[in-house]
Design a protein around this ligand. Structure first.
Ligand code: ZN
Length: 647
């Protein structure tokens, strides 16, 4: 749905996420890439499913600028506002114009400075032009209004008689909730510059989008804060955050001012909460290859937030359960959510999907870079392990249904996590530098504009001259994952040449939704002397044979299919105990050692005890050690009595 459902650590947040997922599963819309429409409608799970209402909404004018002036009576949850929209008609004649404004009381409306008639409905306000507007013109409409909204803007703690709550005002616009406190065209397929002018009690600092142009003391105990965006964004990204805050001011290497808001009574929480905050800006500029696209970046924790965090342009809001000290940091920290939201400043805010179904273009990239930075911070093992968790999420989702990432019912596991695994495969398949070239082109080509999935595909054509329809089709427009059955033989040919012959079959059921997959797969033969041979072959047919020459006639220790586990897949590859022992001991990548270790779980304890002890002593990554302990735990009857579990 596009509402933020971020990666929470800890059960409390997992539970909250599950509740959200149950309630938020409806709004991702389907897309039609190939025009096989009639066939598709017989098949509700197919990616070809097409429905006209899934198109981006039509609109008659191009919104260019919005000036919002607001003040509040927080005890009454009252918004008093004046909003001015500057726009150009997209049609030859525009007789009337509709604005989303459910529940808002419009006091007056004016066109280009003169009063104008309007009518209201439960959904919004329509202004009627006695002389139609024409597409050569630039016009402005202003509304003066009041609202006591129950969505979009939240007044926290102002009526708390116990005095224990913080007093805050904050907003959450995504998906379409800013319309409850701002009369506006509230869809993501129009982008405009915005400015916010907020007058409030001087003891409460105000954060909004863009650069702070000025602060004016009004002499009556209030201050007026004036923020302005210098580049366009979508209305759902407009935000306010108001409360008792101090700020920590930093600057990224590229010169972006980073304003980190915090509760002033907890200065000790600033360092752990915002650890790597500017380094993350540097990391993303380096990896994405496009400078941070806005004038500044701020982050603000708020009480009772609805989600984990929200990537409002230049000003991310996050739940203050992530505002932690050094000790709590160990249980739950903000690092990954921080990078996720920061990535949205490019993927989501700088370029924005035309409609909700395109939200994988936001969420998959945000999830991917938040995972990718783990390699810089915690090392390659952490990055591999997280990729494996994503792959398992996708496979678990496939056990329920096989909706494609672009299906309305894809669900968060696919839009966020499978999508992130797909971005990994994009880098793996086409190469890191090629991937960067495509992404750079895609972002710059659509800077401050709207995109859909085909624009990413087009970027492959423009930047690399490639047409990877097969990749997009199997991973994004269709559902499911490959199931591989792998085995090998150690063969000596008649010519006396020794070679390893790997057989690989795709054994999943195929139909109009899930076809055979085409993917480059690496095969690695490791020999007992510690050397290895490696080939990379495209596996596309149902059954393929891959030959890896063994030129020195070495004895094989173990064989790996897809070392590093780049390909999202189910795999069956039976191995002997000796092969698993060699793999868990000598495979270069942690995830391959882990797979061997896990495959030993059914092996009788007497056979593997010494091996497990060696693995535990050598390995440092938590998943390896935890797996050893889990398998040793199964040996518990052999432990001395004092270690036996209690009754
Ligand atoms: Zn996100």
């Amino acid at each position: 749905m596009g509402r933020e459902i971020e990666a929470f650590e800890g059960q409390e947040f997992q539970n909250r996420k599950k509740r959200l997922m149950r309630t938020c599963s409806i709004a991702l819309l389907s897309v039609c890439f190939f025009a096989n429409i009639l066939y598709s409608q017989e098949s509700p799970t197919a990616c070809w499913y097409y429905s006209p209402e899934h198109e981006p909404p039509e609109h008659q004018v191009d919104m260019q600028h919005m000036r919002l002036e607001v003040s509040f009576v927080p005890g009454k949850s009252l918004v008093r506002g004046r909003v001015t929209h500057i726009f150009s008609p997209l049609r030859e004649r525009v007789d009337s114009l509709f604005f989303n404004s459910p529940g808002i009381r419009i006091v007056s409306a004016s066109l280009n400075g003169s009063p104008i008639g309007f009518t209201t409905s439960p959904a919004g306000t329509t202004v009627h032009f006695s002389n139609p507007l024409h597409w050569e013109s630039t016009d402005s409409i202003q509304f003066v209004y009041e609202a006591t909204p129950r969505r979009g803007i939240y007044f926290v703690g102002w009526n708390d008689s116990t005095g224990r709550s913080r007093k805050q005002i904050w907003t959450q616009g995504q998906g379409i909730d800013n319309r409850h406190w701002i009369p506006c065209y509230d869809e993501q397929n129009d982008k405009l510059t915005t400015e916010t002018v907020v007058t409030f009690d001087s003891s409460y600092p105000v954060l909004s989008n863009g650069r702070l142009l000025g602060k004016q003391l009004n002499g009556d105990g209030t201050t007026t804060w004036h923020y302005r965006m210098s580049h366009p964004h979508s209305v759902y990204l407009v935000m306010l955050g108001i409360g008792k805050y101090a700020t920590d001011e930093r600057v990224s290497k590229g010169g972006t001012p980073v304003h980190l808001w915090y509760y002033p009574e907890f200065p000790d929480r600033v360092e752990p909460t915002y650890r790597y905050a500017t380094e993350a800006v540097d990391f993303l500029e380096r990896e994405i290859g496009v400078p941070y696209p806005w004038e500044s970046y701020a982050q603000i924790p708020v009480q009772d937030f609805l989600y984990g965090a929200m990537e409002n342009t230049t000003a991310t809001v996050f739940g203050d359960f992530f505002f932690v000290d050094r000790r709590a940091f160990l249980d739950q920290n903000y690092i990954r959510v921080n990078v996720h939201e920061l990535t949205h400043q490019w993927f989501g805010d700088y370029i924005t999907g035309r409609s909700g179904v395109q939200s994988w273009l936001h969420e998959s990239f945000a999830t991917f870079y938040a995972k990718f930075i783990l390699q810089d911070i915690y090392g390659k093992d952490a990055y591999q392990w997280e990729r494996r968790q994503e792959q398992e999420s996708a496979l678990r989702a496939s056990a329920q249904d096989r909706f494609p990432i672009l299906h309305p019912r894809a669900g968060s596991d696919r839009v966020y996590r499978k999508g992130s695994a797909v971005i990994d495969m994009m880098r793996y398949t086409f190469g890191e530098e090629s991937y960067r070239k495509v992404v750079r082109h895609y972002l710059k080509r659509h800077a401050y504009g709207n995109v859909e999935t085909h624009d990413l595909y087009q970027a492959f054509q423009d930047a690399l001259g490639l047409s990877p329809h097969w990749f997009f089709e199997q991973w994004i427009y269709r559902g499911g994952e490959p199931q591989y059955a792998v085995s090998y033989e150690d063969v000596t040919t008649r010519a006396g040449q020794r070679e390893t012959v790997v057989s690989i079959r795709q054994t999943h059921n195929t139909d109009e939704l899930v076809k055979l997959f085409s993917m480059p797969v690496v095969f690695e033969v490791h020999y007992r002397d510690g050397s290895a041979d490696r080939v990379r072959e495209t596996i596309a047919r149902e059954s393929e044979t891959v030959v890896i020459p063994n030129r020195k006639g070495q004895e094989i220790a173990f064989v790996l299919c897809d070392p590093g586990s780049w390909v999202l897949k189910n795999i069956s590859f039976p191995k002997t105990y000796e092969e698993l022992e060699a793999q868990v001991t000598y495979a270069p990548e942690m995830i391959d050692r882990y797979d061997a270790l896990h495959a030993l779980s059914e092996t009788p304890v007497d056979r593997k005890r010494d091996l497990l002890r060696k693995v535990f002593a050598r390995e440092r990554f938590h998943a390896m050690r935890a797996e050893v302990i889990a398998q040793l735990k199964m040996m518990s009857p052999r432990l001395p009595a004092r270690y036996a579990p209690g009754r």
